[in-house]
Design a protein around this ligand. Structure first.
Ligand code: AMP
Length: 216
């Protein structure tokens, strides 16, 4: 089972992926996480990417396509994978299609999380994650059970993303509207696009996605 999860920043893609990974044993391939790891490592790619990420712009297609191709080839994806944050442009969608055909693989479902852009900025400005295990939290919607302590691993350090500032979020939303939304018809024509209301509770969204995976 191979999935793509699509939606503007703040739609809840990462949170849903966490649950799907746990339940279905899929591997999450998040180009955003891969880029943040490059930034943290101080690599040349990371240095270039940081400037674009902090401005809310997309990283060039050729870099992203090379990065994801090597990940799909890894044996850990045997059970299937969820692409989170990829593809984000028509060129990436076409490259993915070719890449998968060559490997005799296919995408079973493309889940589009539809959200109201107006509330995205507040959703994003409140989010943070555990510095150690990366579990996701939110100041209002998902606080740790004990203030300042990660529910999952007990760590006491948390991180906020530098690109969750309101002005950067607005650029990211524009990039989604102009460069990513145009790929939706491509998947609709193939009959694999499923639109899910991303404004419902995390639990309701998860149950809908689960139902799609189990029953198509
Ligand atoms: P995300 O964590 O998916 O919101 O990604 C954070 C940032 O990484 C984006 O705003 C882009 O700058 C960059 N990025 C992530 N995935 C891609 C992609 N598939 N294509 C281009 N840039 C990307």
């Amino acid at each position: 089972m191979n999935l793509i999860i699509l939606g503007p920043p703040g739609a809840g893609k990462g949170t849903q992926c966490e649950r799907l990974v746990e339940t279905f044993g899929l591997v999450q391939l998040s180009t955003g996480d891969m880029l943040r790891a490059e930034v943290a490592s101080g690599s040349e790619l990371g240095k270039k990417a940081k400037i674009l990420i902090d401005a809310g712009n997309l990283v060039p297609d050729d870099l992203i396509i090379a990065m994801i191709s090597s990940q799909i080839d890894r044996p850990s994806t045997e059970n299937g994978f969820i692409l989170d944050g990829f593809p984000r442009t028509t060129a990436q969608a076409n490259a993915l299609h070719e890449m998968l055909s060559e490997k005799s693989l296919k995408i079973d479902h493309v889940i589009q999380l539809a959200v109201d852009e107006e509330i995205i900025v507040s959703r994003l400005s409140g989010r943070f994650s555990c510095a150690k295990c990366h579990a996701g939290y939110h100041d209002i919607f998902k606080k740790p059970n004990k203030d300042g302590i990660c529910d999952k691993c007990g760590a006491q350090e948390f991180l906020r993303r530098s690109d969750d500032k309101p002005e950067t979020v607005r650029s990211r939303l524009r990039a989604y509207r102009e460069q990513t939304a145009p790929i939706l018809p491509f998947y609709d024509e193939k009959g694999v696009l499923k639109v899910v209301d991303g404004m419902s509770s995390m639990e309701d969204v998860y149950n809908t996605v689960r139902e799609i995976i189990l029953n198509g």
